[in-house]
Design a protein around this ligand. Structure first.
Ligand SMILES: [Zn+2]
Length: 319
């Protein structure tokens, strides 16, 4: 179905009250888990609209949840109630991946304002460095360069993968990688120091994350180095290192997980169980039901391209 046709169908369904009936009938015993990545500090949503949104759009989403009467639940409670059949109507969980500084700056105040619980899946390796994540910064800079050869997303991904391989093979420290990014920024006439000051593409520091935890954010697992190796020992190390860092930050042992980059595999499931992981979320699109494997829970990935009508159709279960 074309996008305009889909939109017309959804508008008709909403106008005729089908959304409300659907909310009542199709949403029972089902859970909407929303997934967010980043809130723009600058213009990141123009670069990666699927991953970033402007702060005012995020506030609109939370205001919509409030107006719609969503029961925004903490993740662990929602999963427990999904399985024992006691989910309240209109149940929603809010999750964020990665834990960038924009979470601290923009998301925390919004959550406090609406008094909504939230789970943050924190990747921890970069939290020790006040430096941008190299690959993200490089992709953004190539986009900012405006060069025709980097107009295409795949071309940027490919070029940055080559940069990263080179940096890995030379064993470059985070500081030396950052120098590569700085050189590229300067070549295209961008002020790198101001990007560092704004903490663009930087993860929260352990202190920022501890403050988020004290404000009630539930900090959970997303691997230490944002990767899921297909070797059991390396995979388990990613979880254990991540858990250790999160526990140091929050004082609580995390036991819920989100697959970095949405990469899932059947072979990970027993490894996650061995690590004591209680649930795991993916980037598969859909509502979570009791029939889903608790280690493969789908989510709705919200971003700039998602209209309010789409958003409402997820919530009401019309999709
Ligand atoms: Zn991630």
């Amino acid at each position: 179905m074309s996008n305009s046709l889909k939109k017309a169908v959804l508008q008709t369904l909403r106008a005729t009250g089908v959304f409300s009936v659907s909310t009542y009938l199709r949403r029972r015993d089902k859970l909407v888990i929303l997934c967010y990545h980043g809130i723009s500090l600058r213009d990141e949503h123009l670069w990666e609209g699927g991953l970033y949104m402007p702060v005012d759009l995020f506030w609109q989403r939370l205001a919509f949840l409030k107006k719609w009467g969503a029961n925004v639940l903490p993740l662990a409670e929602a999963i427990k109630r999904l399985h024992n059949g006691t989910l309240p109507p209109k149940s929603v969980v809010i999750t964020f991946d990665d834990g960038f500084y924009d979470f601290y700056l923009h998301v925390l105040p919004a959550l406090r304002h609406f008094n909504f619980p939230c789970t943050l899946y924190l990747t921890t390796w970069y939290t020790r460095y006040r430096l941008p994540v190299f690959t993200l910064m490089m992709k953004y800079l190539l986009w900012k360069s405006g060069k025709p050869e980097f107009a295409d997303r795949d071309a940027r991904e490919h070029a940055v993968a080559r940069y990263a391989e080179q940096a890995d093979s030379e064993g470059l420290s985070p500081e030396l990688r950052d120098r590569v990014a700085r050189e590229l920024a300067e070549r295209i006439g961008m002020d790198y120091d101001s990007m560092l000051d704004e903490r663009l593409f930087q993860l929260m520091t352990p202190e920022d994350a501890a403050e988020a935890a004290r404000s009630g954010v539930d900090i959970q697992l997303h691997t230490h180095r944002h990767r899921t190796p297909h070797d059991k020992a390396l995979f388990v190390r990613e979880i254990r290192d991540n858990a250790k860092f999160v526990e140091e930050i929050t004082g609580k042992l995390p036991d819920h997980f989100c697959y970095p980059s949405g990469v899932t595999s059947e072979e990970f499931l027993p490894w996650l169980r061995e690590c004591g992981v209680q649930s795991a979320t993916t980037c598969e699109h859909g509502m979570a039901t009791r029939g889903d494997d608790v280690l493969l829970l789908p989510r709705y990935l919200d971003g700039c391209a998602v209209s309010e009508l789409d958003f409402e159709s997820w919530l009401s279960g019309i999709r």
